[in-house]
Write a protein that binds this ligand. Sequence first.
Ligand code: SF4
Ligand code: ZN
Length: 531
Amino acid sequence: MSRLRSAMQRGKSVVLENTEVIKSSNKKKTKANIKQEDKTLSEPSSYHFFNDLPEISAYRFHLLQWYDQNKRELPWRTVATTEPDVNIRTYAVWVSEIMLQQTQVATVIDYYNKWMKRWPTVETLAAATLEEVNQMWAGLGYYSRGRRLHEGAKKVVSDLNKQMPRTTKELLKWLPGVGRYTAGAIGSIALGQVTGVVDGNVIRVLCRVRAIGADSTGPVVTEALWKIADTLVDTERPGDFNQAMMELGARVCTPKSPLCSQCPIQTHCNAFRKVSIKQEKDSKRLQSKLASKLNTSVPDIENCSAGGSCNLCLSEDWDSQMGVQNYPRKSVKKAPRVEKTLTCIVQHQRGEEVEYLLTQRPSKGLLAGMWELPSMVLESDLSENKHRGLLCIMMQRFLETSLDTDSFQFVGEVVHIFSHIHQTYIVFSVCVSDCSEKEQEQKTCWLTKSALQGAAVSTGLKKIMKLYESSSKVNSGDVKRKLSPGVGKEKQFNENKKRKVGADNGGPKQLRLSQFFSTSKPAGKTNSKDA
Ligand code: SF4
Ligand code: ZN
């Protein structure tokens, strides 16, 4: 009990601190801003916020008690609690937070351990090349994250004398790819800063706990959630509290099957209360009993007192089938853009080895700096012959040699889904005899099969090579014979049947190219313009 009491005392102090912060920041606001804010935040009733100090303290106590008994041992948590060097601690938590953006914990663990083994400090990461970083990141998806970690490390070394920023505000200011959530997470976990965090899991938990059913991606709900998170965060264990909120969202208050009966904060949850009351009301057996009870001892906690004017309440009707899953609500997601890309596997026999031509993507944008097969985005649907013609022109430009359109063989189609693009690669292959290097604006290199295994290539490229390998086997059963050199001389494959490799969203699976090739030869010479 004394622990609960002291937790309640702490609750009192954080609310006072927050009130002070709000008071001082209000001084600087214009009348118009204050009016707008009043409209936004005063309308929703206390039903959507935490105003009661004992309840705040009890919430913290229940959540942290659950976390202490149930938390998963994760490598970055160990570093955060055992690493005495604040610089290394902050760096380690930063790496973990960036990796955990859009990737599941189970997938991240391996990548994280390898990364920290190779680059244990911010200086070592800053000294790496982007190529090495991309290579380490290969298969984790959302490649710009690795690039930004690298950029941030270089900034810390060059502009901050190798010292990681020490506050949430400084983290936001200096580190690319670090937004409000990530700064709050690093600040609270590594630096003990008293700040709440709001990520996908926290959004779900708080929307349910405070029965917030308006569009959870909109600015009004977002601000309300940050306000609640800042009010609730424990002043003595902010990092643990924030991790507990996220862990609860990941393991108990899950999107599809929330485990309300095992939830440590069930008594604080408006969604749970609302569902329970509705169920009771619906029960004919208890109908009369409930009616009298509701009239006497149970306050009107089922609904928000602001009624129809509340901008945090459900904007759509309550669905009794969904129960607590009525929260949160999202606006309809934009459908991914549909794109078709013509791509070509260009191969060349160099002695005993077969080499493949790769080109490097620009240093900005999608898959920045990654190596890919020569490709072009198609503006419209074209015939197979037109595809050959286009590829022929592109490859003649790359190789500055004359090619025959008939030497381009259709291999098949590969579907790869990025977060916002539904990509279909239309794959052709060609063998060339001339692979001398030409001066190009776009960097190119020739890689052997074995060298490809270690290169920074995307999951999409790996799928293409897998299709190519299987198509080679189907067509001849003798891959090597098909790879004889020559320009437009021999058709490398018999008529390929069109095939599609469907692939769900590319996910964070790390595929090794060795799986895609039947021959295994030692790494050969890499003929690269970058070398
Ligand atoms: Fe989520 Fe249920 Fe817990 Fe409420 S009681 S926070 S809905 S798991
Ligand atoms: Zn409301």
